[in-house]
Design a protein around this ligand. Sequence first.
Ligand SMILES: Nc1nc2c(ncn2[C@@H]2O[C@H](COP(=O)(O)OP(=O)(O)OP(=O)(O)O)[C@@H](O)[C@H]2O)c(=O)[nH]1
Ligand SMILES: [Mg+2]
Length: 350
Amino acid sequence: MKLGIIGKPQCGKTTIFNAASHQQETVGDFSQSSHRAVIKVPDSRVDRIAELIKPDKVTYAEVEFLDAPGFTGKGKEAGAMEINPEIRMMDALILVIDYFSDRADPERYIRNLIDEMILSDQVLIESNLEKKSRKIKLTGDKAGTHELDLLQKCLTHLEEEKPLIDMEFSDDDDKLLRGYMFLTRKPLLIVLNISEDKLPEVDKIQRDFNRFVQPKKQELMVMCGKIQMELVSLDEDERQAFLKELGISGMAVDRFIQKSYGLLGLISFLTTGPPETRAWTIKKGITAQKAAGVIHSDIERGFIRAEVVKFDDFIQLKTPSAIKAAGKMRLEGKEYIIEDGDVILFRFNV
Ligand SMILES: Nc1nc2c(ncn2[C@@H]2O[C@H](COP(=O)(O)OP(=O)(O)OP(=O)(O)O)[C@@H](O)[C@H]2O)c(=O)[nH]1
Ligand SMILES: [Mg+2]
């Protein structure tokens, strides 16, 4: 699962990438260079269980980020070819908007960049429509007509300046469309990258800009990339002092990674024991047996049952015997749908 960090040149993409990945790529050099990193998803549930169990090893869920240049911010005037093709391969996109420099004009650029994505999908459909209808005419093959209709429907929607993520399709059609890797069908997180002096207004800015996003499909968050990048380079004591001085609570970059992970439709279940406390990544909605396969194919194949404890019960009751005595350990079968934060022990036999 991959996330692309995109935006206009010099909007702070690499700054935010550095804060999230604890890397030190050069910022502010107008290089528009690409960077990749696999980033740990901060998870206080993992930390709290590890405090209790004191395992030898602690492992967090991970997600891959690409810091990718390739947008002009010219909106409808931009050529669709200007978009970096690698961005199409991403599972979700993070759009960084400059709200710190003298050039900042966030409303205009949110609109422009979304327009550029819409335009790019439009061009992609138009070229495919042309190719496909020519082929149908030549071969008399009617098999492709359904796809043609589908693309035409998408095109009409895009022409109304709306992103494809708005549209509902059957699973089959959705699969078909996935092959095109449309930009506007990807979940989107808009990050308003604010200047330090706007920090006291974070909540107000968030409220003002929320109208740009549709719940569940898109999200928006406000953070100051520069401060976050500075914060991650400090040790814990210095960081706490700095946070206090700035009057901000918690690390926005942690929330940023968590939101990105959620955007991908991913959740975590946890396993724990003396050797390791670990978060495992799964798609929302999968069954206990499938989830077992994420750990090892033998566990999926030989699945007997899952012993499931809710995170809050685990923390409150602390020991396996207390959990059992309180009736908080549930035995679940193959078809149980895993919930975010379930603490699970799989029983299996091979
Ligand atoms: N004041 C302030 N400056 C920032 C912030 N975020 C980024 N900058 C500055 O903006 C400049 C560009 O930052 P980068 O992170 O390199 O931006 P970019 O989007 O990666 O740039 P390109 O890759 O060249 O397109 C740098 O000088 C940063 O220090 C911020 O939150 N506040
Ligand atoms: Mg950069």
